[in-house]
Design a protein around this ligand. Sequence first.
Ligand SMILES: Nc1ncnc2c1ncn2[C@@H]1O[C@H](COP(=O)(O)OP(=O)(O)OP(=O)(O)O)[C@@H](O)[C@H]1O
Ligand SMILES: [Mg+2]
Length: 405
Amino acid sequence: MHLSQLVLRNFRNYVDCEIDFPGRVNLITGGNAQGKTSLLEAIYFLSTAKSHRAYPNDELVRHDESWFYLKGIIAANSDVDNDGAAPAETTLEVSNQLQGQRRFKLNGDVQPRLSQWLGQFKVVFFSPESLALVKGAPSDRRRFIDLLLCQIDAAYLKQLQDYQLVLKQRNELLKQIRGKQANPEQLDAWDSLLVDHGLFIIQTRSRVLKQLQFYAEEKHAELTGDHERIEIRYQASPPLKGLVTADQGSSIAAGELLDKSDALVRFRTALDASRRVDILYGTTSVGPHRDNFSLVLETRKQGVTLREDARPYASQGQQRTIALTLKLSELEVIRHTTGKTPIVLLDDVVSELDDKRRAFLMDLLGRLNAQTFITSTQREVLDGQVEDCTVLTIDSGSILQQEIR
Ligand SMILES: Nc1ncnc2c1ncn2[C@@H]1O[C@H](COP(=O)(O)OP(=O)(O)OP(=O)(O)O)[C@@H](O)[C@H]1O
Ligand SMILES: [Mg+2]
């Protein structure tokens, strides 16, 4: 995919800025606090309707203003679909009022459903926050998987939204039952829905983790000179342990579900078993909202192989490499599933890699033909690494200079 133009109005420190991106590699440079990350954030928002760092979206509105507007144009024929069709130019627009209405347009037409707007334009974002994939909470890892799936599977977003709604209603009912304002039998209908949507989510997540694991093997070996291996393990919430695997307890490196009817019965049984506790606490303790995946790092040193959970044991550098592996694997999953190569956003990353790893990364992105946006305070960071790099110098939310180096 190729983003050919971006317009930002009242977004973070941008007042009104229109930028063309003719080339594949774009280096966004400038001093601290000039708007480099905000530019990548705008591109990310056009893909996901979310910021990678702010919630709620009101923080994105320029101070003392009441709205922001973003527009992105995806060039025609910039990728060929899986079915061989070459898409026409696509225009994406979003306007967001402070504390209020958001409007999404696709090729000039307002989209009543966000799901019809999302996923037109695919991005993979690596930022310092990506380290949370390794050292953050299970919710950070669930978010990564969910956002990846939303980019490749429209049905998943719908199921996830339905599941979250059912979960919310069930939790409200649990509190009412605790307060003797409702009967426990009323839970039955919600439980059936929870199991239906929940199983779809678990199944889809475990399948995508299997794909991620496949690409992560290769990427991690390349990034570490074949000294390390990474293994991604699906972890269902404890009461659902047997659900995802038969042979390795609750988790397998490449999750595959049990037979569907068997899984439905097990899920339902676990939910029934936790009903008393759920009423006591007024919250649902079983289901994919408690899922996780673990990262097992295998290192080979002087003929000895060590296997450790990456979260407590990996060094800073190892954690960064694992996070980069996950992101590059995410790109491969999106590319192979959709036939579209995502746009790659790298915030404050390349300056932290040594020359060898930076060259490897640029080489890899070049082979993938991925359009890439890289921020750095150092103008020279890609010198000698890429041909035809567009360098944009940003100063206080304006483009000071745009040149090809
Ligand atoms: N809603 C907002 N309205 C106006 N300015 C904002 C808003 N949100 C953030 N800013 C400011 O925008 C500026 C640019 O922030 P940004 O994070 O994009 O900088 P950066 O160029 O990535 O800097 P660094 O090199 O330190 O990472 C900062 O001064 C920040 O305080
Ligand atoms: Mg920044």
